[in-house]
Design a protein around this ligand. Structure first.
Ligand SMILES: CC(C)(COP(=O)(O)OP(=O)(O)OC[C@H]1O[C@@H](n2cnc3c(N)ncnc32)[C@H](O)[C@@H]1OP(=O)(O)O)[C@@H](O)C(=O)NCCC(=O)NCCS
Length: 213
């Protein structure tokens, strides 16, 4: 459940090797994605104020386009800093191919730990997904989740990938499972001990690696 608040940028040493700058565009069968920019505020605000979409994301955090734009400006700075450091972590705006209006967000990034101003990137990598309501029920979250999982293993050089999910968010738990992540013991370090789904590199390789289901 990659969350609403932004963290001070801290780059864990464990992930500094064998990386490349994020591409401008990632494509899957039915979707394409690119880094989120502050200029996306107007087009993407509509799902930030849908109570069903933000139910497990801390509720409506950005009631106005202006406050959302200020948030996205900080997102841009943070992810540009990852790219400048050669880290592959991304916050992407997602489009259905052939459709102009964006439909969601895809994330592959360090999981935060700590509270408030003390929140920092941890060495654990999480993947995440938010879709506008009209895009639910078509397998898009699973499609983008698998792309984020593959990115973490391919470019991030990590031993495992996590998804943190609110206990009541059964739709998101199903997405994690369809991406091949298994429910493991939660940790109080992350999102107050939210349900934790994880896939190891060995499990990813056994499943066929990149492009596998
Ligand atoms: C979590 C969320 C992204 C899940 O969306 P979703 O549409 O249920 O998930 P998927 O994109 O994987 O789609 C799966 C559904 O599409 C159906 N589907 C249709 N075509 C499909 C296809 N080609 N491939 C896979 N599934 C398909 C599946 O049957 C499944 O429906 P079901 O769960 O009713 O059986 C969405 O509920 C959401 O954005 N919620 C709000 C934000 C949020 O909570 N994010 C997660 C924070 S941890």
């Amino acid at each position: 459940m990659p969350g609403a608040s932004l963290l001070a940028l801290h780059l864990p040493h464990a992930h500094r090797t064998a990386m490349s700058a994020p591409p401008d565009r990632i494509e899957t069968e039915r979707l394409w994605m690119r880094p989120t920019r502050a200029a996306d505020a107007e087009a993407t605000h509509y799902w930030q104020v849908d109570p069903e979409v933000v139910r497990f994301l801390g509720g409506i955090q950005h009631p106005t386009v202006e406050s959302f734009r200020a948030f996205l400006e900080r997102v841009e700075v943070k992810y540009d800093a990852y790219a400048a450091a050669g880290l592959p972590w991304v916050a992407l705006v997602v489009f259905e191919k052939g459709v102009e209006r964006p439909i969601g967000t895809a994330l592959c990034k360090p999981a935060p730990e700590g509270e408030g101003d003390g929140r920092r990137d941890s060495e654990e990598i999480e993947i995440g997904w938010h879709l506008a309501r009209q895009a639910w029920g078509r397998g898009f979250a699973t499609e983008l989740g698998r792309a984020m999982r593959d990115r973490a293993f391919e470019l991030g050089g990590v031993p495992h990938v996590n998804a943190f999910v609110d206990r009541e968010n059964t739709a998101s738990a199903r997405v994690a499972e369809r991406c091949g992540l298994r429910r493991v013991e939660p940790s109080p370090r992350f999102y107050g001990g939210a349900d934790r789904y994880r896939m190891t590199r060995a499990e990813w390789e056994a499943r066929g690696g990149s492009g596998s289901g």
